[in-house]
Design a protein around this ligand. Structure first.
Ligand SMILES: Nc1ncnc2c1ncn2[C@@H]1O[C@H](COP(=O)(O)OP(=O)(O)OP(=O)(O)O)[C@@H](O)[C@H]1O
Ligand SMILES: [Mg+2]
Length: 501
């Protein structure tokens, strides 16, 4: 193309302002910086923040491999790498933007100091300088390292965290201008501290697999104002009552996707505090679903991607999905690393897998529930009260009714207590766990023909008038448990007794 056919139209500096509104929150912004530290193989990440008398600052310092001066200049450029570029398998980045966009989404002044092979350099983006009245150029500020001691805060951070290290990076945010507009400094301070508390929780969840030891995987120690972060694993896998179902795998463009489903413990199975802890802020209902991890970093949690609806009977199901960073284009990973969407081929696979998991986790109950609430006379009644499902013995069942009627009156309370005993000790948790492990294996004990015959005799004596069963009575028997479960045999027995035409 010759020069007549194009104009070199580089972006205006106001792009830096526009990039601030990409939708970062404080927590997603800090996490995006921590991504860089992890990608740089850091063992320690320190997050420091201070209200500093209404002049707050925040710093994220790591001891990763750092950047040389040239590398740091390149890294400060918006769009420092092509998103189509192949990344190393442990890289948490993609767009060449995060360090700049995440930082400047929260503050107007970003300084990055990095040390590599013992030498260090520092640069700054100051929004007021690049988009201010007098300047419209992408002027990256150079920090004169000789004058570092004069920059008290940066110097003290360097002195404390990096002086003794061969390499590492400090990302320093100052001039926060996005704090909710509070009139009073005290109120702003409360907001700032609350943001920090939320950020802590977000990091403990998003990076829990780096914070806790995963065999054969890198481990990172993180702290906020010197207080160590504890990884929060949303699957509570160490609890014996958590069901870890079989891991599933499928391929997407030749890359493996690993799916690990869990069914979290029912509230009856764990202490109240533990149950509440794993509910997390939004509760079980909201937090059920798929948890997508890209290179072990949580991207999005508690969603079914509209594959199924969130409902109370699925609320204990949480499914870990591990995706590699080579499929970002398919999963529509966003700059903030706070969103993803499965491609159609993955949706298909996930739908199939979830079908099986749902059956294990919930469907069986719903299925039994439907049958129990039909017109059949069941031995067990299913009742839902205040969000709890209760199974109770049906006192109106003909066999039971007959038993209660024919028992001597002094035995009646004892009999009623026995029925109550049986239903109140129904082994809900065992039943749930067996179903979760293998639906097909959970069966009721079979009745012998002789036992069925005796039961049939009892009902007939109860329902027949003058020894004759009406067609309605026969219909009732055949729709009553256990006869409805052994329909053919019951019909044969009735025939043999001459009850059927
Ligand atoms: N803490 C760090 N240690 C070493 N290198 C870093 C660090 N932070 C950033 N870099 C370098 O700077 C580059 C730019 O970082 P930036 O976060 O802007 O983009 P990215 O990580 O490449 O992609 P993304 O926009 O998805 O985060 C990184 O690719 C990395 O090479
Ligand atoms: Mg990054």
């Amino acid at each position: 193309m010759n020069n007549d056919h194009y104009i070199n139209l580089s972006p205006s500096t106001s792009l830096a302002e526009s990039c601030r509104d990409m939708g970062y929150s404080m927590e997603t912004a800090v996490a995006d910086i921590v991504d860089n530290s992890i990608a740089a193989a850091a063992s320690n990440v320190s997050i420091r923040f201070s209200w500093n008398s209404d002049n707050p600052w925040l710093a994220i310092i790591d001891d990763g491999y750092g950047m040389s001066k040239d590398e740091l200049i390149a890294a400060m450029r918006f769009g420092s790498t092509d998103p189509r570029e192949m990344r190393s398998p442990n890289d948490l980045g993609r767009f060449g933007l995060g360090m700049k966009t995440a930082s400047l989404s929260q503050c107007r002044h970003l300084i990055v100091l990095s040390k590599k092979a013992g030498t260090f350099s520092a640069f700054e983006w100051d929004l007021d300088r690049i988009t201010g009245d007098n300047c419209h150029e992408w002027r990256l500020g150079i920090i004169d390292i000789d004058k570092l001691p004069k920059l008290k805060l940066l110097f003290s951070l360097y002195d404390k965290y990096l002086r003794a290290k061969k390499s590492g990076t400090i990302v320093l945010w100052q001039r926060f201008d996005k704090m909710e507009s509070q009139d009073r400094a005290e109120a702003r301070e409360i907001v700032f501290n609350a943001l920090m508390a939320d950020t802590r929780k977000h990091l403990e969840l998003s990076f829990h697999r780096f914070l806790s030891h995963e065999p054969g995987k890198s481990h990172v120690v993180m702290s906020m104002n010197e207080d160590k972060l504890e990884g929060f694993n949303p699957f509570n896998p160490n609890c014996p009552a958590t069901q870890e179902l079989d891991e599933q795998r499928f391929l997407l463009e030749g890359q493996e996707i690993v799916v690990q489903p869990y069914i979290l413990p029912h509230r009856d199975k764990v202490p109240y505090e533990e149950y509440e802890k794993y509910a997390m802020e939004e509760g079980y209902l909201s937090n059920q679903g798929l948890y997508i991890y890209r290179n072990r970093r949580l991207i999005i949690k508690g969603t079914w991607f509209r594959l199924i609806k969130k409902d109370i009977t699925n609320q204990l199901i949480r499914i870990r999905v591990d995706i590699p960073n080579t499929l970002d284009h398919l999963w529509k990973i966003d700059v903030k690393k706070a969103n993803a969407a499965p491609p159609e081929s993955a949706r298909k696979e996930l739908r199939q897998l979830m079908g099986k998991i749902e059956i294990k986790g919930k469907r069986v109950y719903a299925h039994r529930g439907r049958r129990l609430s039909s017109s059949l006379t069941s031995v067990w009644n299913r009742r839902v009260v205040g969000g709890r499902t209760l199974y109770e013995i049906n006192r109106e069942h003909p066999l039971l009714k007959q038993l209660l009627k024919s028992a001597p009156s002094e035995q009646e309370p004892q009999l009623k207590d026995t029925i109550r005993l049986i239903e109140s000790s129904f082994p809900t948790d065992l039943f749930f766990s067996d179903l979760a492990n293998d639906t097909e294996q959970v069966q009721r004990p079979d009745l012998e023909e002789e036992e069925l015959k005796n039961m049939l005799n009892t009902v007939i004596s109860f329902l027949a008038s003058d020894g004759i069963l009406s067609p309605e009575a026969i219909k009732t028997i055949l729709s009553t448990e256990p006869f409805s479960l052994y329909k053919d045999l019951s019909q044969t027995l009735l025939e043999r007794r001459g009850c059927l035409p």
